[in-house]
Write a protein that binds this ligand. Structure first.
Ligand code: SF4
Ligand code: SF4
Length: 365
């Protein structure tokens, strides 16, 4: 039975920051003096206004520093085109959302660097991906703190600790493999023949031929670099190629690969269950929450942390005026998220051996 420390959103004598500090202390993270501790967050796509509040991230960094560790706040570049698709745009968005070295009191770094680089990890008995490339700085860190904004998501329910690692700690190449089976879609009609993709493709899968771009699917290694390079969106991820269970299996493989690079007791998972929206922070806008605030959950087991967070959502009423509030009697809560599928995702996660479904909720008041 895994312990999940729970700081309720309803403030009593002390506030959430104090509760977070106590929850971290009770989870006893094994951070030795001088160890590099990656605090993996999601900066939030530009335009999203309900991403994780910087004050929680700074608090976690301060706690790591108190233990003698060397914290750094980090995220990886997004696979799809947007304002986080390169090291430069991701840092710029991070700064505009309040995540800078000055505000965090520690470095803010992009884990997969300029060219979305990482280290390949081979998995025994994967669900789907035999090899996963873990983002360089995540691989090199000694301790991993996964600090996630709990939301819902159409493919992974919920979007919290497991997704933050499985989708968020790997290179673009592995992200593309999860989503599409490692190939891109090229739409010739949208192409303006700027040749930016030709310059960036590491294997010559995008070539100039007869004054047009020719895409060689066989040569493509699915690194995903060309997607963010194409300003015309002539290159994209073929999202519909894979069903949710494929994406989920890929995320679980990537989770396992990432955690395999850390020693025992070298990871901590924190779910901030506030401003819970129907879509994750990858969206460049945020609607009103769909349920009221829950609080903060902390555990050394990602599956227990996500399951406990999800279970707490079940008894909560729909937030007035939200999309969930408009559902008809007997309908599922959401239009875009099949909540009933969450249990099968949790079961798959348990079968793949990434954590425990049995948890004990330890209230911190
Ligand atoms: S980057 Fe896009 S617009 Fe430019 S040549 Fe490649 S596909 Fe065409
Ligand atoms: S995904 Fe990578 S290998 Fe494939 S065409 Fe794009 S840049 Fe080239």
């Amino acid at each position: 039975m895994k312990k999940v420390f729970f700081v309720p959103a309803k403030v009593r004598e002390k506030g959430l920051l104090d509760g977070l500090e106590r929850a971290i202390a009770l989870s006893c993270p094994q951070i030795a003096k001088g160890e590099a501790a990656a605090i993996k967050i999601h900066f939030g796509e530009y335009g999203n206004t309900r991403y994780i509040r910087p004050t929680f991230v700074r608090k976690v960094a301060e706690e790591v520093a108190k233990m003698g560790g060397e914290p750094f706040v980090t995220d990886t570049t997004a696979l799809y085109r947007g304002k986080r698709d390169s090291l430069f745009s991701a840092l710029s968005t991070a700064a505009s959302h309040g995540f800078t070295c000055e505000t965090m009191g520690c470095p803010v770094l992009i884990a997969d660097g300029i060219r979305s680089s990482g280290y390949e990890v081979t998995l025994q008995n994967p669900l789907r991906l035999p090899k996963v490339k873990v983002a360089s700085l995540i691989f090199e860190a000694d301790f991993l703190i996964v600090l996630s904004h709990f939301t819902f998501h159409p493919l992974v329910i919920p979007a919290a600790s497991i997704k933050n690692v499985g989708m968020g700690c790997v290179t673009k190449e592995s992200k593309l493999a999860m989503h599409s089976g490692s190939k891109i879609r090229f739409n010739e009609k949208k192409c303006l023949f700027c040749k930016a993709c030709v310059m960036i493709c590491p294997v010559g899968a995008l070539k100039v031929k007869d004054k047009k771009i020719e895409y060689d699917e066989k040569a493509c290694i699915g690194c995903g670099e060309c997607i963010s390079e194409c300003e015309e969106e002539a290159i994209s991820v073929p999202w519909e190629k894979k069903v949710p269970s494929d994406v989920q299996a890929g995320i679980l493989d990537a989770f396992k690969a990432t955690l395999s690079t850390y020693g025992k007791n070298k990871a901590l998972f924190i779910n901030i269950c506030l401003d819970i929206t129907e879509h994750c922070d990858c969206f460049g806008k945020a609607d009103i929450p769909v349920i009221p605030d829950i609080g903060i959950l902390v555990s050394d087991d990602a599956l227990a942390c996500d399951k406990a967070s999800f279970d707490l959502t079940k008894s909560l009423p729909e937030y007035p005026g939200s999309d969930w509030d408009k559902k008809k009697k007997g309908e599922e809560r959401s239009i875009s998220v099949a909540l009933s599928e969450a249990d099968s995702f949790f079961e798959l996660a348990k079968e793949s051996g990434i954590g425990d479904l049995n948890y004990e909720l330890m209230n911190i008041l």
